[in-house]
Design a protein around this ligand. Structure first.
Ligand code: GAR
Length: 192
């Protein structure tokens, strides 16, 4: 068992550019942070996010295989590194119920909409098309259903008439970076 004052070991699963990963790494370096990014796993070997893991000397792996093989390998890494929380950050695969049951630790995901609105992909384009007044992001626990687990934190922003999917994405990414840190602080609140 981890010592009471040790930082919670988190693994971050990514598929792409990794701005949320970078932000989690930077926040974890703060003295008062309750977590440390201990492991990064990508399902894409060319994910830019892997560069941040390398830069900050964090153990990193890319497993560009079909889901069952990805999960088998990821599970081994999570267990052997004694990871306590998994954070999905732009991880574009849907984890199987089997993985979720076997891993036996909390899995968090960040999603670029105010759930339960706009589950799935292309949320910014869909928010603008549907003339929503607000959009934002949600950090939630992962369960067997897509974007449906218990919500930990949400942040919202007004959509203005001049917004397009690209700049809305930028605005929301800024919120995501705050939200992920706050969500971890919230779930680790009792950790000394
Ligand atoms: C983020 O906007 C995240 O919310 C989204 O992918 C982006 C990844 O950005 N995730 C999903 O859509 C998951 N369904 P990042 O690689 O810069 O962190």
């Amino acid at each position: 068992m981890a010592a009471l004052n040790s930082k919670t070991k988190i693994a971050v699963f990514i598929s792409g550019k990794g701005s949320n990963l970078k932000n989690l790494i930077q926040k974890s370096k703060l003295k008062k942070s309750k977590y440390k990014v201990y492991l990064v796993i990508s399902n894409k070997s060319d994910a830019k996010g892997l560069d941040y893991a390398k830069k900050y000397k964090i153990k990193n792996y890319s497993i560009e295989k079909k889901l069952s093989i990805f999960e088998k390998n990821a599970l081994k890494l999570v267990k052997s590194n004694k990871i306590e929380v998994i954070c999905l950050a732009g991880f574009m695969k849907i984890l199987s119920p089997d993985f979720i049951n076997k891993v036996k630790i909390p899995i968090l995901n960040i999603h670029p909409s105010i759930l339960p609105k706009l589950k799935g992909l292309n949320t910014h384009e869909r928010a603008i098309k549907a003339k929503h007044k607000f959009s934002g992001c949600t950090v939630h626990y992962v369960n067997e259903k897509l974007d449906s687990g218990e919500i930990i934190i949400q942040k919202k922003v007004k959509i203005s008439k001049s917004d397009n999917p690209k700049n809305l994405e930028k605005k929301i990414l800024k919120l995501e970076h705050k939200a992920y840190k706050e969500a971890l602080d919230k779930i680790l609140v009792f950790k000394k």
